[in-house]
Design a protein around this ligand. Sequence first.
Ligand code: SF4
Ligand code: SF4
Ligand code: SF4
Length: 297
Amino acid sequence: MDWDKEAKGAVDSIPMPEIMKNMTILYAEKLARKNKKSQVTMDEVVKTRDDYFELFGETLMKRLRENRSKGVSDDDIDPQITLNKGAKLYQFDLCHMRYVGCTRQLIDVVDLAKKINKKMEEWNVTEMIADKFDVPFMPHTLFTVSISSCPNNCTAAEVKDFGIHGIAIPEFSHPEKCTTCGKCEEVCIDEAIRMGKNGPEIIMKHCKQCGACAIECPEGAMTIAKRGYRVMVGGHFGRWHHIGKELFKIGDEEMVMQALQASIDLLREKAGSEEHLYHMVEQYGLEPVYKKLKLSK
Ligand code: SF4
Ligand code: SF4
Ligand code: SF4
């Protein structure tokens, strides 16, 4: 599609991480098609900027703008690149909270990944995997760790060897403060909130534990009762898909580390050449991992 000269310059100056840059261009072009134009003009660029600002929030955009003005590249600020550097046979996939933050974030994915990385080094995971594989190592040899900050699960925890996402359990804890404004119901895209005369009712079987209703409640009537981590193990994406099995719905950091250690131990003790965690979970189920979790309590 054609671009007006001024519009082209302006879209490039919207502060965006490099990986999102092309998305703003495509979005502006889509808006032009919607406006029945054959050329992208400033109208579409301004709307693109406003829509992305609304999505990311002014604080995040300010941070991006500052980085850009300092000439800092994505590589310099993206902790995932640093974590995955070097000769290792495991890899992290962290959601975007890691470098731009996110309006939905519940846990600090970078902090957790750093702690996991330290443990993986201590446990000699790279060496263990290397000794298991009797063929030259390829990208599919890697043990994958996925960490998303919220149940939107942008890094698809279910298809990684070890998948984690943050969760927050909401509670209508202060009914006396509730003005029945309906904001909590409005922001719940899972229709897990039903407004009644005296305030909201949370339908737990529909709740994805994203915490949005509590975060958005202007009165503090809805709060987060508990925050933690959901863990899935044994996922795999490729020729054979395997959806990771849920180990627990909510746990603390210590439980995450215990679960990881138990999963690594299962691989170390039982895996044959070229076998991944999903082979182990298929063969032995989650019992060996559960057993170690209980033992360490
Ligand atoms: S997983 Fe949640 S916090 Fe992370 S980028 Fe996606 S929406 Fe944002
Ligand atoms: S957002 Fe808060 S104040 Fe408004 S209805 Fe929900 S709980 Fe009540
Ligand atoms: S935590 Fe999320 S899914 Fe659950 S009720 Fe609140 S907004 Fe809905």
